[in-house]
Design a binder for this molecule. Sequence first.
Ligand code: SF4
Ligand code: SF4
Length: 432
Amino acid sequence: MQINFSLAQLADPHVAESEKILRKCVHCGFCTATCPTYVTLGNELDSPRGRIYLIKDMLENGRPADKEIVTHIDRCLSCLACMTTCPSGVNYMHLVDHARAHIEQTYKRPLLDRLTRAMLAVVLPYPSRFRAALKLAKLGRPFIGLFEKLPALKPVAAMLKLAPSSLPPASPNASPGTHAGQTKKRGRVAILTGCAQSVLDPAINGTTISLLTRLGIEVVVPEGEGCCGALVHHMGREDQALASARRNVDAWTRAINQGGLDAIIITASGCGTTIKDYGFMLRLDPAYAGKAARVSALAKDVTEYLATLELPEPVRKPGTVVAYHSACSMQHGQKITRQPKELLAKAGFVVREPREGHLCCGSAGTYNILQPDISAKLRDRKVKNIEATGAEIVATGNIGCITQIASAARLPVVHTIKLLDWAYGGEPPKMS
Ligand code: SF4
Ligand code: SF4
């Protein structure tokens, strides 16, 4: 692809980075075959190659974003399947992140769209606000049918449909403190409490802490950490995302300085992908670049970390047939494909992989709220493939996928860690 940025444009480090990425794309189109939106909509502009072209055109001409590019970039799930497929190593993630920030700075969205996005950005990353909003959602449920008929209010309908009818109590494990290992100390880790997951299913972290401490790992919940910033990062709200990243980097740096950390454990793969990118996100901030790179290097999905430990024989071998759904942020964002399945098999589960495992379930952060129609198509396709495995239960490592798949599947959906904890002597997972 011919690239023509001026020297003045390249003086902007964000443009310079995108130019490097654009130069790598040879326009072969291999990525189109695995792109969920291209597979669903069949429009080249809804494929990675089409979006790359639109982004190049916008950045090269120094143009503000227009309705066309916003439409096609908004439809991108940031699932990163294109990065797994691309033979040229095009870093589509950093390119589309830059495009989203450019859109946020240069494009005025319609009023309702702006209001919806602003509401998501001020509610979702904050557990107490999110909890209050989910309680309020009950009042709006009778109006779902009405909202669905009005295109501008479809995101509100989608939100109300996704809101659970009851919430588990807040977890005491979310409070800052240290959970000592219960056997001879084998390591020390911090755990991300995060935001939405701590409200929707606090037992995920509770179970993780229980399993790790039984294995002799000390688990620290550091003071001052919170949302990883992924939700707002994918909406192009860079300042808010970087503020979250800096706050977490500070919290984990204190924990590192107070006793060292072998890893920062993350139980939501969407968050893991972003935290592993903190080093890049904060590279231009001299006060944080080094600390952020250290945090990114320590970040590990819980299954990635467990796979490095010598595990004892499981207490029970359940023999349950499990469909393992690999979240996009797990398989494409972090390239973790083997470990969760191997851990489940070693723990005595029979693991089955659904067809089209590379395709997104349509959750993708706030995508199932902002793009409900495409999201529902992808969800139904995913559920059909999962149910065709004949499994008794679905395991996955991302709260977004759990909520999305559970909203349509007839079988229970749980976090992988709950099955592992059960096999290694914990409580059986609660099925909803
Ligand atoms: S992103 Fe990669 S796979 Fe897609 S067109 Fe460019 S070089 Fe080909
Ligand atoms: S991130 Fe996913 S939806 Fe977006 S272009 Fe790549 S494959 Fe398509």
